[in-house]
Write a protein that binds this ligand. Structure first.
Ligand SMILES: O=C(O)[C@H](O)[C@@H](O)[C@H](O)[C@H](O)COP(=O)(O)O
Length: 261
């Protein structure tokens, strides 16, 4: 698919990756501010919040290099059906790694966690999160799909992203914006996730994948695809999609547009 490939940015390590991720985030933030005076971003769990903190909490290098946290609206690309202070909570992880560390003078983002009164019923938990998205994205008339300014995702060693797992029927969901899953192969099993149409409808999608443990699956995602959730996102978003990786994660991976920021 010439001209439509995702961008792949590879770095020696996470310390080198973080500043590039920061400038990408600022570009996405500024585009969101121009579009609707806010920056609407959804984040995943895993190793992402830590890398995100490294990028966002660094000292600014210039006046343009500014994170306007008070304009950020942070949603969750997927979340586990656990209380917010539970060790498995993606909200809890983001809070610990990033939110608690944002200096007050930088302003604070608006956070949209799950409503934990529905933890016993994942369908209701998903429906309520979808309602929250409807209220956040629809202005008056109903919209077909929410358009996030950015989705920040990880890739599992099996090629999953969000809580969309290889071969799972959830990959065929076309109606719901947010769906429950009760049999996630990655624990804990009960979760909610944005669906594929919502993920691929975002203005930009960025994956962060690091470490040698990812190289086999990166090869499969980029060279064969094989219907893996990450490959499906690549195929549907093309150049709207960017991968921020370290060299260990892409060792031996053939890729036509391997870029370096
Ligand atoms: O809640 C989750 O489990 C995550 O959202 C999940 O999709 C994660 O992003 C990947 O498993 C990658 O995780 P790592 O970054 O830790 O490899």
């Amino acid at each position: 698919m010439p001209g439509k490939q995702p961008n792949l940015f590879a770095f020696n390590d996470v310390d080198a990756l973080a500043p590039a991720l920061r400038s990408y985030l600022i570009t996405c933030q500024n585009a969101g501010l121009t579009r609707h005076e806010a920056f609407k971003v959804a984040v995943s769990g895993g190793s992402l919040p830590k890398t995100l903190a490294k990028a966002l909490l660094a000292d600014p290098k210039s006046a343009e290099d500014t994170i306007k946290f008070d304009k950020w609206e942070i949603f969750f690309a997927d979340e586990r059906a656990v209380p917010l202070d539970h060790e498995d909570s993606n909200y809890g992880l983001l809070k610990k790694e990033l939110l608690d560390k944002i200096p007050a003078e930088l302003g604070q983002p608006t956070i949209h966690p799950i409503d934990t009164q529905y933890l016993d019923d994942t369908q209701e938990l998903a429906d309520q999160y979808e309602k929250l998205l409807v209220n956040s994205f629809a202005k008056g008339d109903s919209v077909k799909l929410p358009i996030f300014d950015l989705l920040l995702l990880g890739s599992g060693p099996d090629g999953h992203t969000c809580s969309l797992f290889p071969g799972h029927p959830l990959l065929r969901e076309t109606d719901a914006w947010v769906a429950p899953i009760e049999d996630s192969p990655k624990p804990p099993p009960r979760r909610i996730t944005l669906t594929l149409p919502v993920v691929t409808h975002a203005v930009k999608v960025a994956f962060v994948a690091t470490g040698g443990g990812k190289k086999e699956i990166m090869k499969e995602i980029f060279e064969q695809g094989n219907g893996l959730p990450c490959a499906l996102v690549n195929e549907a978003t093309g150049e709207r999609c960017s991968w921020f990786v370290d060299n260990a994660a892409v060792e031996g991976v053939s890729f036509p547009r391997r870029g370096f920021l």
